[in-house]
Design a protein around this ligand. Structure first.
Ligand code: ARG
Length: 565
C-alpha cells in the first residue's frame, strides 16, 4: 500500500518540517471532501495569512498526477483526492496476496515479550472475574506473535500462601478423595468455606492450619502430596476451559516456583540500601513517591505476594531477557504494580521501564455484581455453556439445515463471551448481558462471524464462474461503499500495530465491527453475483479480501470463524 500521507506531504510547499506535515495530515471523515486533509491553522502564525488564504495558495501550487488527482481548499483545509480506483485495487490485492498473513509484520523479530495473564489461584473456582485477563492476555499473545515477537505466555499460578494450610486441615477433617475427584474445585471451595465457619468456634484449627502450612513450606511428604492433588484438581478444571477458549501458556511457573528464588533479589535490594525495618517487618520505603511502604518480609519472617512478584520479575529477566514484561491484571492491583516497578527502578535496574501493568476493569453480570465474598460467584464455565446453548437456539431458528450445528454453536458462544471482554477499552467496567453479546445483528462477535460466513457463501455460490478467470472490471468498484470498505481493510495492519502499542485488542475488535457493517452496506448496494462476469469478479475480490481480513482479525482476538453459519 502506498504511503499516501508522505506522498501528499512532499507536494505541500509549506514552511514546516516534512515530518510535521505528515503528522498533520489526516483521513477525511467524508469522501465528498476528498480522502486526506491538511489543516492550515498552524501555518497562519508563521505565514501571517489566514488559514483560508493559505489553503488557497497551497492548493494552486499542488502538482497533481495519477496518484494524487485533485487538491482543493475548503475552509482553511487543503483537501486531497487520491486515485481511488488504484487505491481500491492496491487495497484488495494487498489483502489477497498476503492471505492469512495479512496484518503480520516482522517489526518484533528478535524481541521477546512476556505476558503474565489469567494467573489462576489453586483451590479457587474459575469465575467470570477471570474472563478479561484471560481474553485480553490471550489476544495480546496472538497480536504480538503476528508482529514477529517471541512471546512467552505465563500463568503465574496462585499456588502459595497460608490458605493451603487451611485447605489441608479442612480436607483431612471433612474431605475425601472421591468427592474431590468428582466435584473438583467446587468441593475444594466448599471445604475452604467450611474451615472458615468452623474456625470461629474452634480456634485450634487456626494453629493446625499454620502447622500444616509450615509443612508445605518444608516440603513434608504428606503436605506436598495433598498440595499437589489440590493443584491437579484445579488445573484439570481450568484446562477444560482454556481448551475451549483456545488459550495457551508456555510457562506455569507460579508463586511457589519462586519460594527459593527470593533471597537473591532481597539481598540485592539490601545491598543497595533500599530495605528498612519497620516494626519488625522489612519494607522498601516509598514515602517520597506518595506510596505506602512495599512490604517484603513480615515480622514473622514470611514472604508475601509482593516478594514472589519481585523474585519473578528478576527471574524472568534472566531467563527470557524480555524487551517487555506485561502483567494483565485487574486495576485493583494498580498500587501493587506501581510499587513493584518503582522498587525495580530504585534498584537501578535498566529494565524497570519495560515492566507494564495492563490493567482492565471489572466484569459483572446483568443480574448483580459478582462477589466472591458473598459466595455468589458466577463460574466462567456456566457463562460459556449458557452462551453456547443460546447460540444453538438461534442457529436452529435461523438455519435449521446447517451441518455441525453444535460445533458452530460452540464457536459462536465462545466467541461472543471472549468478544465481550475485548470490545471496549479494557479499563472500562463492563456488564455482561447474554442477549446483547449474542445478538447476531448487534456489534458482536456473532455479527462478525456471520458476515465472515456470508463472504464464504458468496464465494462458494460464485463457484465455477470464478474459475473462468475473466479479468475483473475494476470500474465496478467505483463507488462510495466499496471505497469506504477498502479504506477500512487497508487500515487493518496499522490497527494491529496500534493494538500492540496500546495493549488494546479493542482497536482490532472495533475495526472488525466497522468492516462488517461497511461490508453489509456494500453488499446491499451492489449486486455481487451477476451475469456480467468481469464485474462480478471485481466485486468478488472485495468479498474475498473482506472475508480474509475478518477471519484474521477474529483469530487475533482468539475467536474462530465458522465457514458456514
Ligand atoms: N493470582 C493473582 C490474582 O488472582 C493474579 C496474579 C497476577 N500476576 C502476578 N505476577 N502478580 O489476583
Amino acid at each position: 500500500m502506498k504511503d499516501y500521507k508522505s506522498i501528499i506531504a512532499s507536494k505541500i510547499d509549506a514552511p514546516l518540517e516534512k515530518e510535521e506535515i505528515v503528522s498533520l495530515i489526516s483521513e477525511t471523515a467524508d469522501d465528498n471532501f476528498g480522502d486526506y486533509a491538511f489543516p492550515c491553522f498552524k501555518l497562519a502564525k508563521v505565514m501571517r495569512m489566514s488559514p483560508a488564504a493559505i489553503a488557497q495558495q497551497l492548493a494552486s501550487q499542488i502538482k497533481t498526477d495519477d496518484v494524487i488527482v485533485k487538491a482543493e481548499a475548503v475552509n482553511g483545509y487543503l483537501n486531497f483526492f487520491i486515485n481511488r480506483r488504484e487505491f481500491i485495487n492496491d487495497a484488495v490485492y494487498g489483502v489477497l496476496s498476503q492471505g492469512a498473513d495479512y496484518g503480520n509484520d516482522t517489526l518484533g523479530s528478535g524481541k521477546t515479550v512476556c505476558i503474565d495473564y489469567s494467573s489462576v489461584n489453586i483451590c479457587k473456582s474459575f469465575h467470570i472475574g477471570h474472563l478479561s485477563t484471560t481474553a485480553i492476555g490471550s489476544s495480546l499473545y496472538k497480536i504480538f506473535t503476528a508482529l514477529g515477537y517471541d512471546v512467552v505466555g505465563i500463568n503465574h499460578l496462585g499456588d502459595y500462601g497460608t490458605q493451603f494450610g487451611k485447605m489441608i486441615v479442612a480436607y483431612k477433617l471433612w474431605g475425601d478423595y472421591e468427592t474431590v475427584k468428582r466435584n473438583g474445585v467446587a468441593e475444594l471451595q466448599r471445604l475452604y468455606v467450611k474451615f472458615h465457619q468452623e474456625e470461629v468456634n474452634h480456634p485450634e484449627l487456626t494453629d493446625q492450619a499454620r502447622e500444616w502450612f509450615v509443612k508445605v513450606e518444608q516440603n513434608d511428604a504428606e503436605a506436598k502430596k495433598l498440595f499437589d492433588m489440590f493443584k491437579e484438581i484445579t488445573l484439570n478444571d481450568v484446562m477444560e476451559i482454556y481448551d475451549r477458549l483456545n488459550v495457551k501458556f508456555d510457562s506455569w511457573n507460579g508463586e511457589s516456583f519462586y519460594m527459593d528464588k527470593m533471597d537473591g533479589p532481597l539481598q540485592m535490594l539490601r545491598d543497595k540500601g533500599l530495605i528498612t525495618e519497620s516494626q519488625g517487618a522489612q519494607v522498601v520505603d516509598l514515602k517520597d513517591y506518595d506510596m505506602p511502604p512495599f512490604l517484603l518480609i513480615k515480622s514473622d519472617g514470611s514472604s508475601l505476594y509482593a516478594t514472589r512478584d519481585l523474585a519473578a520479575a528478576v527471574w524472568r529477566k534472566n531467563e527470557y531477557d524480555f524487551d517487555k514484561c506485561l502483567y494483565v491484571v485487574a486495576y485493583q492491583q494498580n498500587l501493587h504494580f506501581k510499587q513493584l516497578f518503582k522498587v525495580l527502578e530504585l534498584a537501578n535496574l535498566p529494565w524497570a521501564k519495560d515492566m507494564i501493568h495492563v490493567a482492565y476493569g471489572m466484569v459483572s453480570l446483568e443480574d448483580g455484581a459478582m462477589s466472591t465474598r458473598k459466595g455468589n460467584v458466577v463460574l466462567l464455565r456456566d457463562v460459556i455453556n449458557k452462551a453456547v446453548s443460546k447460540s444453538l437456539e438461534t442457529i436452529i431458528a435461523k438455519n435449521p439445515n446447517l451441518e455441525n450445528k453444535e460445533k458452530v454453536a460452540e464457536q459462536v458462544g465462545v466467541g461472543a463471551v471472549l468478544f465481550s471482554a475485548l470490545e471496549n477499552s479494557k479499563i472500562k467496567d463492563i456488564t455482561f448481558t447474554f442477549d446483547r453479546v449474542l445478538n447476531f445483528d448487534g456489534e458482536t462477535a456473532p455479527y462478525i462471524q456471520y458476515t465472515t460466513a456470508r463472504c464464504n457463501s458468496i464465494l462458494e455460490k460464485a463457484g465455477m464462474s470464478r474459475l473462468a478467470k475473466i479479468a475483473p472490471d475494476m470500474r465496478a468498484l467505483d463507488n462510495a461503499e466499496t471505497l469506504t470498505l477498502c479504506k477500512l481493510l487497508a487500515s487493518f495492519p496499522q490497527a494491529v500495530k496500534d493494538a500492540a502499542d496500546k495493549y488494546e485488542p479493542s482497536i482490532i475488535s472495533g475495526l472488525l465491527i466497522d468492516i462488517a457493517q461497511a461490508f453489509n452496506r456494500f453488499y446491499i448496494a451492489h449486486r455481487v453475483l451477476s451475469d456480467n462476469l468481469s464485474e462480478q469478479n471485481a466485486r468478488l475480490s472485495v468479498v474475498e479480501a473482506t472475508g480474509i481480513t475478518l477471519k484474521k482479525g477474529l483469530a487475533l482476538l482468539g475467536i474462530e470463524s465458522p465457514d458456514k453459519m
